[in-house]
Unconditional design. Structure first.
Length: 175
């Protein structure tokens, strides 16, 4: 199910990928698209357009959310809001990812894990969002962790890297 949020409509149009739903206040796009399924929201609202898209995806039964075009840009506040959006989606039971140029952010809640095969290369970092993350395990990376506790106040999990073998990360409690 493909949702375009505000100016994301323009990007999908350029790719020739018609969305199933278009949502937003359209302050970034500059106009409401002439499209069969458009949800127009007020500019003054509690949700970002990305958060609104996440809500609509979960309402429609989606359990894996991939966000494109939501990292970087001129608005650091919106990038941070998008990190919080995938954290919210993960707490709601969905697998949620922010996919950017050369990177991907995932939100992982307690009792869940991610596995990576040997093809993965590059940097790998883990951060705690919110309350302490307990029982964090990382294997198959340059630095391993076994049942570590991470806090939002110290970047212990930064600057790890894939090694060319399969890798694994899990958290027992927290985000």
């Amino acid at each position: 199910f493909l949702i375009a949020a505000d100016k994301g409509y323009e990007a999908l149009e350029a790719y020739g990928a018609p969305p199933d739903l278009v949502v937003g206040d359209f302050d970034s796009l500059g106009h409401v698209p002439d499209y069969p399924d458009v949800e127009v929201c007020p500019v003054r609202k509690d949700d970002t357009d990305s958060m609104l898209a996440a809500r609509r995806a979960l309402e429609r039964g989606c359990d894996e959310l991939l966000f494109f075009g939501c990292l970087g840009g001129k608005r650091l506040d919106h990038t941070l809001a998008n990190v919080q959006t995938i954290a919210w989606a993960a707490n709601e039971g969905a697998a949620a990812y922010l996919v950017g140029e050369g990177c991907c952010l995932a939100a992982l809640t307690g009792g869940h894990s991610l596995s990576f095969d040997e093809r993965y290369r590059g940097d790998f970092s883990v951060f705690c969002l919110g309350e302490d993350a307990a029982g964090v395990t990382e294997r198959g990376l340059s630095y391993t962790l076994e049942g570590a506790d991470l806090t939002a106040h110290f970047p212990l999990g930064v600057s790890n890297s894939f090694t060319g073998e399969s890798a694994f990360v899990s958290v027992e409690r927290g985000l």
